[in-house]
Design a protein around this ligand. Structure first.
Ligand code: FES
Length: 85
């Protein structure tokens, strides 16, 4: 849901406040926050690859729910997004 009439949505990524245009995916918010979505078993930062819900490289935790595909979920005001989820 957009914040008032601004057309933007404000949420939290690893505790940092991020504003995105309404309709943006969580993957966009994570990128704007300068974060990787997760870390591979060898310690490499990972982010969106396919952008269509198949690869799961973009998974994060949203409001405590792990393994959410950030490329498939639209940002909502007040979301708490945590990477490495
Ligand atoms: S980028 Fe592949 S599932 Fe999200």
């Amino acid at each position: 849901m957009p914040d008032s009439k601004s057309g933007s949505v404000t949420l939290s990524v690893n505790g940092s406040r991020v504003s995105v245009v309404a309709g943006a995916t969580v993957a966009v918010a994570v990128a704007i926050a300068g974060q990787a979505c997760r870390t591979s078993v060898s310690g490499e930062p990972r982010g969106p690859l396919c952008g269509m819900g198949i690869c799961y490289e973009c998974r994060v935790s949203i409001n405590g729910m792990p393994h959410c595909r950030s490329c498939q979920i639209l940002c909502q005001s007040g979301m708490d997004v945590r990477t490495d989820g």
